[in-house]
Design a protein around this ligand. Structure first.
Ligand code: NOJ
Length: 561
């Protein structure tokens, strides 16, 4: 397998609004990030992925960009940003920026011009259609609810928006749009950034989607679902690669909702020159009812998780590359989701970390995950700030008449705000995030769960993550070894091996609170073993042919054959 720095790295995601506020306005900012870089250095991460910091009216917290080449006022200035990059590089930390080019803000000058007249040179930068019989052009729905078409008075036509109506979709079929975007990417690369995380990049090609509009007009099609991975997406990415990315040694990761392993291979196989890796979502939808939305809850079945992650490990084992994540700014906290955020918070957070970080791929840590931050339960819907969360509440309670208590339970489990409450630095007011009033309330458990406390406790989740990162640097097998699931049918153990040359890693995780017996499969032979990491005290000389795994116990052995 070809070696690459981005295969050997661990990435840390910062959601700037919630990370650290330096000026007391209640909103995280760039100076705040700079003030915490030594903390990240201590953790040992190699790369920061920074969620959007560009100019934005914040309808979707920065994922609606009104100027791609400037910094949001609340976050600071371009000078602050340049200083941050310099401070990161000084510490050997690379910076990956978020690239949001499926859509802009409706306040972006391109859209402001586009909506003025049908003859505007920017008209074709976006996707406009006349209504059908006085209604929306089609019945397609947007991700945040409602129609994906918005009527615009100025010209009497509708524009397409797959997210909020303040996020009009760009028309990638237009070569001028693509050229402008490539220029903008070059602008940031020339400033020294080390890569991009590309927002919903598999949605940029809409050719077939839009041709079904023609059928719809003729009354033939009923297609509410938007289909990603459109016909031209690979052409566009290869062009982007040829025109700009290939000239730089960078990390690229494409966010690809709905992507299958076969499609992911097309995006990431080296010889295709598109992306290094993608974010897939299959393992994040195992706790929802099939065919329904994430709010329609269902308990996770461990067998499904094993099968799914194994499928991804195997499919991208030889060709392409996996990204490994449990959390990001759109997901609930993993310790509350798949672990136990009460009596076994520390144990289960460590187990989940080990389970993920020992797999093949580039691991991503989302701010706060490294101290085992949990989901939040705000009493009223008004305390939630996320547009998706407010919309689903209105839709289910006000429009569909569902029981508000039940809807709140779904929000407690799945709201994106679970991941967006302020980073918990100390036990002081607002978790030490701000001296002012935070834009969203801190999780009240910050008095117990915070960075200051984690740093003082040698057994904290923090030091477990730090050790996982160190191990990756010391043992090539963690990066490049091949993966095999073992104990496939076991109901509570998620165990696998990694192999490279004469070495083998044995990764054992009890996924539940009940103790369970581990029995070594007879085909695993070795003459010596070394315990690399565990979340309980373990007698390193213990015979591992058969033993009891404690609640959420996790161990990694390195075996020599
Ligand atoms: C995916 C981002 O992660 C999410 O936060 C955002 O709302 C949508 N894309 C739209 O940009």
């Amino acid at each position: 397998m070809k070696k690459a720095w981005w295969k050997e790295s661990v990435v840390y995601q910062i959601y700037p609004r919630s990370f650290m506020d330096s000026n007391g306005d209640g909103i995280g900012d760039i100076q705040g990030i700079i003030s915490r870089l030594d903390y990240l250095k201590k953790l040992g991460i190699d790369v920061v992925w920074l969620s959007p910091v560009y100019k934005s009216p914040n309808d979707d917290n920065g994922y609606d960009i009104s100027d791609y080449r400037d910094i949001m006022d609340e976050f600071g200035t371009m000078q602050d940003w340049e200083h941050m990059l310099e401070e990161m590089h000084k510490r050997g930390i690379k910076l990956v920026m978020d690239l949001v080019v499926n859509h802009t803000s409706d306040e972006h000058p391109w859209f402001v011009e586009s909506r003025k007249s049908k003859g505007s040179p920017y008209r074709d930068y976006y996707i406009w259609r006349p209504g059908v019989d006085g209604k929306e052009p089609t019945d397609w729905t947007a991700s945040f609810g409602g129609s994906s078409w918005q009527y615009d008075n100025a010209t009497g036509e509708y524009y397409l928006h797959m997210f909020s109506k303040k996020q009009p979709d760009l028309n990638w079929e237009n070569p001028s749009v693509r050229r402008e975007i490539y220029d903008m990417i070059r602008f940031w690369l020339d400033k020294g950034v080390d890569g991009f995380r590309m927002d919903v990049i598999n949605m940029i090609s809409k050719k077939e989607f839009l041709s079904s509009y023609e059928d719809f007009k003729n009354g033939n099609i009923h297609n509410k679902e938007y289909h990603p991975n459109g016909e031209r997406v690979h052409d566009f990415l290869q062009e982007m690669n040829r025109e700009v990315l290939s000239a730089y040694d960078i990390l690229t990761v494409g966010e690809c909702p709905g992507v299958t392993p076969e499609q992911a291979r097309l995006y990431t196989a080296e010889e295709r020159h598109e992306l290094n890796m993608v974010f897939q979502f299959e393992h994040m939808s195992l706790d929802k009812q099939p065919g329904k939305r994430k709010w329609d809850l269902k308990p996770l079945d461990l067998h499904d998780l094993k099968e799914n992650l194994t499928k991804w490990q195997k499919s991208l084992g030889e060709q392409g590359w996996n990204s490994l994540y449990w959390n990001n700014h759109d997901q609930p906290r993993i310790v509350s989701r798949f672990g136990n955020d009460k009596e076994y918070r520390t144990e289960s957070a460590k187990m989940l970390a080990t389970l993920l970080h020992m797999m093949q791929g580039t691991p991503y840590i989302y701010q706060g995950e490294e101290i085992g931050m949990t989901n939040v339960r705000f009493e009223t819907i008004e305390e939630y700030k996320d547009i998706e969360t407010s919309n689903i509440y209105r839709d289910r309670v006000d429009k569909q008449g569902l029981n508000p208590k039940e809807v709140m339970e779904s929000i407690y489990a799945k709201s994106r705000d679970n991941g967006r409450t302020p980073m918990q630095w100390t036990s002081g007011p607002h978790a030490g995030f701000t001296t002012g009033t935070p834009w969203i309330r801190a999780n009240p458990n910050y008095k117990e769960i915070n960075v200051a406390r984690a740093l003082e406790d040698a057994n904290s989740v923090f030091y477990h993550y730090k050790k996982l990162i160190e191990l990756r640097k010391r043992h090539e097998i963690i990066v490049y070894g091949s993966y095999d699931l073992i104990l496939e049918d076991h109901d509570s153990i998620f165990a696998y091996t990694r192999k490279l040359g004469k070495e083998e890693l044995l990764v054992l995780n009890n996924f539940y609170q009940q103790e369970t017996v581990f029995t070594l499969p007879p085909d695993i032979q070795f003459h010596s073993k070394e315990l690399l990491i565990s979340n309980y005290t373990v007698d390193v000389n213990q015979d591992i042919k058969e033993f009891l795994l404690r609640p959420y116990e996790s161990r990694v052995y390195k075996l020599s054959r």
